[in-house]
Ligand binder design. Structure first.
Ligand code: 6PG
Length: 251
């Protein structure tokens, strides 16, 4: 693990409520300022839809001061069941107390390279003066192959150092055409939390958290330069770990 990164690993019977509390706590810590939050898709949509509204209702984390963006997006119409932004907008946002967050979503109907450029322009506008947007919190998932966002093992995008949003047209995880934050954005965040559940993730979680590979998996390359890196796992995803973990609590 990169020096200086404060990493915590929490193992809980059910990661959802803990993740929601973590997001709510970080949002509340933003005080009266903006809270810039990036969300990934997949199983996180249901997890956050179910658990974030009650966690927000209980505290001072006002979504009206949030900037909500998506760490990657599948290039399908917003109403398509595979659309990450579409899923959050249909399922999570209506359950947050109004007025809701400012949403930064990719523009639909563009070709991959144009969609990436358009989303990067939106980010630059939302983070004026920042070469690389600095999010307060990024919530990421991890695939069984170690991908995160739409950054896949062995893909040239892992070497991307300049652009903040890249297009991929050969995603091994369907649909094939996507856009994604690049590693510079992920590693600029003040805090990153990964969530992984289920036995199917146990082997890759062990590789990422305990391995020291010459060619690290994409999720293992997420080492926020000045921030906090948290992993929230259920017992099944953590079952192959030998490192010390926090049981039943998050930092
Ligand atoms: O839109 C996506 O596909 C995600 O951003 C992707 O990176 C996801 O987080 C992982 O594939 C894990 O997905 P699950 O949590 O559903 O296993």
């Amino acid at each position: 693990m990169a020096p200086g990164v404060a990493r915590s690993v929490s193992v809980l019977p059910e990661p959802g409520p803990a993740l929601a509390r973590f997001v709510a706590q970080r949002a509340a810590a933003a005080g009266g300022g903006r809270f810039a939050l990036g969300l990934s898709g997949g199983s996180l949509v249901e997890l956050l839809t179910r658990h974030l509204p009650p966690a927000i209702a209980a505290g001072p984390a006002a979504p009206a001061r949030w900037l909500l963006a998506f760490c990657d997006e599948r290039l399908v119409p917003p109403e398509h069941p595979e659309s990450t932004a579409g899923a959050y907008q249909a399922r999570l946002l209506p359950r947050l107390p109004g007025p809701g967050p400012r949403v930064l979503a990719p523009s639909p109907g563009l070709a991959p390279a144009a969609a990436a450029a358009d989303y990067a322009a939106k980010l630059r506008q939302a983070f004026p003066g920042e070469d690389v947007p600095v999010f307060d919190l990024l919530v990421l998932g991890v695939g069984p192959d170690g991908h995160t966002c739409s950054l896949f093992p062995g893909h040239p995008l892992l070497q991307e150092k300049e652009t903040i949003v890249a297009a991929i047209t050969d995603s091994p995880k369907p649909p094939p055409e996507r856009i994604t934050f690049t590693l510079p954005v992920l590693n600029a965040a003040r805090a990153v939390v990964f969530v992984a559940s289920g036995e199917g993730k146990a082997a890759v979680v062990k590789r990422i958290l305990e391995g020291d590979e010459e060619n690290p998996l994409p999720a293992a390359r997420v080492q926020p330069h000045s921030g906090q890196l948290c992993w929230i796992l259920d017992e099944a995803a953590a079952k192959e770990l030998t490192i010390p973990v926090e049981k039943h609590s998050i930092p």
